[in-house]
Design a protein around this ligand. Structure first.
Ligand code: URA
Length: 242
């Protein structure tokens, strides 16, 4: 890899905007090969140099991967005229071409992967890949073994084909039930339509996992963090991209 400016490297690693990075450099908390550097224009080689940010070694990544805990009330889009988008919740330093991998409804919360790695997005969303997505939901109605069986068989949601078999786990059965549902497709309003097909309404919906990636509950709605190298590797391994 060619040499690059230290401030660009730091911004690309998700350390902050160029301005934030500059401020941190002035605090003398960045070192290159053991030497403190405060000039963002310093040229570094990401393949050869050891860069420490606040004592933590940084690895350059061609792509960025962000886990966002999507809150209710913002749209899963890059731009929108009416609503705040999920991209509005992220820092200005993120790479261009970052986009959400898949969609959650305006009122759905939970795990959203945002990345510029098109190959990974394609693999996660390709209909033939059947990547598992697990949702937690509160349901108006008593969810019983009957629904578990119906969902396991594949319920008719009004499309040409019924929904693929899905795993329904009842956490709490009552006039209002709490469930976990794992589906392997991503049809429009799929979870809500599956419950409507059995005469029930989804009151609250939150995605808690996608493939091997699990929502980091310590984030809270609107929170985000970069994926760890292990999380990226595990996602790629599971989806056969290496
Ligand atoms: N199913 C839905 O109905 N809505 C979502 O946002 C995701 C899955």
């Amino acid at each position: 890899m060619a040499t690059m400016r230290l401030d660009k490297f730091l911004a690309d690693c998700g350390c902050g905007t160029r301005a934030e990075v500059k401020k941190e450099l002035r605090k003398k908390t960045v070192s290159v090969n053991g030497k403190t550097v405060s000039d963002g224009g310093e040229k570094i080689d990401p393949d050869k140099d050891c860069i420490l940010w606040q004592g933590r070694e940084l690895c350059y990544s061609k792509y960025q991967y962000i886990m966002l805990y999507k809150p209710s009330g913002c749209v899963t889009a890059v731009t929108d005229r009416r609503h705040k988008t999920v991209m509005d919740l992220l820092p200005g330093s993120i790479h261009k071409n970052m986009a959400p991998a898949g969609r959650l409804d305006l009122d759905t919360e939970g795990l959203l992967l945002i990345t510029d790695d098109g190959e990974l997005v394609h693999s996660l969303l390709a209909p033939g890949k059947h990547v598992e997505k697990t949702y937690f939901a509160r349901i108006q109605g008593r969810v019983t073994k009957k629904e578990v069986q119906l969902f396991a068989r594949g319920v008719d949601i009004g499309d040409r084909d019924p929904a693929r078999p899905a795993r329904l786990e009842i956490l709490e059965e009552g006039p209002e039930s709490r469930i976990l549902l794992t589906i392997t497709e991503g049809r429009f309003h799929q979870v809500k339509r599956m419950f409507r097909a059995v005469g029930m309404e989804v009151l609250y919906l939150k995605r808690i996992s996608m493939g091997s990636l699990k929502l980091d509950e310590s984030l809270g709605p609107g929170g985000y963090r970069f994926l760890t190298d292990e999380e990226v590797e595990s996602l790629k391994k599971k989806e056969n991209i290496c």
